[in-house]
Design a protein around this ligand. Structure first.
Ligand SMILES: [Zn+2]
Length: 286
């Protein structure tokens, strides 16, 4: 019975789950004959009794709504199915669909409550989650705390990070590892549309402009580079010194010093942090 409970990842075992499909060798009737009733059988096996299971089903207060929803989300995410079925949840869930129904009104209401975020989490890559950390970090001018991972400054909840990475701390560690991973040598992109005249021979007066492919850094400034520049510039505008940490209305951009359109490359030396106002001022001058 412990093996079967373990196979299911549970501390307790429902009678109908003690079956061959879940790795049972005997059957529940044998166990009941031997130990009197199912609850007693569970206790003899060192598992949680059926009564504590029922307690959960009928709404034990110490289990918070978010814990129940988090478990629903976990299973849906693991199965990659936002429309998780009752039998799927009964198989992989820590609680039961009855518990969900009692707590949220109905199974569908529980799902409804969780589904939006299921879809959200499944559809969002780590890159999106890291981008949000960078935005939050920039907004605060320092490492965000778990309690600060809330809207409107954060697009995702702290528990979304906890589910994906194990904890908020682990999410921060993954973020730091990601943004510090070496990208100094970014593969230049081949620009097909670029035409530059080549004088093939000075003797040949009929030399015509020739179409060649040249390699340049990509125009877009990726997350790692933005992190590097923002951190270097201490999350503040390089021209006027304003920062979102001091004035939340300030919005910072990482921008090319020599515009990409004027052959400025997307490299650390050619990037700077500017506030929206200074950035606008700059583009008027260029
Ligand atoms: Zn500024």
């Amino acid at each position: 019975m412990r093996t079967v409970a373990n196979n299911l990842g549970k501390n307790s075992l429902k009678m109908r789950d003690y079956c061959k499909d879940n790795g049972a060798i005997y059957n529940s009737k044998t166990a009941i004959k031997r130990f009197g009733n199912w609850d007693n059988t569970l206790k003899k096996a060192g598992l949680e009794g059926e009564k504590s299971l029922k307690g959960i089903e009928y709404g034990e207060k110490e289990i918070k709504d978010e814990v129940l929803l988090a478990d629903l989300l976990r299973v849906a995410t693991e199965l990659n199915n936002p429309n998780i079925t009752i039998s799927e949840y009964e198989k992989y869930g820590k609680y039961t669909h009855v518990t969900m129904g009692v707590r949220f009104g109905s199974w569908n209401k529980a799902k409804e409550k969780a589904n939006l975020e299921v879809t959200y989490v499944i559809n969002n890559s780590n890159e999106d989650l890291f981008q949000n950390i960078l935005d939050l970090w920039t907004h605060l001018g320092r490492q965000p705390k778990y309690g600060e991972v809330i809207s409107p400054n954060s697009k995702f909840s702290g528990s979304t990070y906890a589910r994906r990475f194990g904890s908020w701390r682990a999410a921060l560690e993954a973020f730091i590892e990601y943004v510090n991973s070496d990208n100094s040598i970014e593969e230049p992109e081949e620009i097909n549309s670029q035409l530059i005249p080549l004088i093939v021979s000075s003797k040949n007066s009929t030399a015509t402009p020739k179409e060649v492919k040249i390699k340049r850094t990509p125009r877009g400034i990726n997350l790692r580079l933005r992190w590097t520049i923002l951190k270097r510039d201490i999350f503040s505008c390089r021209k006027c010194g304003s920062s979102p940490a001091k004035d939340p209305s300030i919005i910072l951009h990482v921008d090319h010093i020599i515009p990409w359109s004027k052959d400025g490359e997307t490299v650390i030396e050619n990037l700077e942090t500017l506030c929206e106002q200074c950035n606008l001022g700059k583009s008027n001058l260029v």
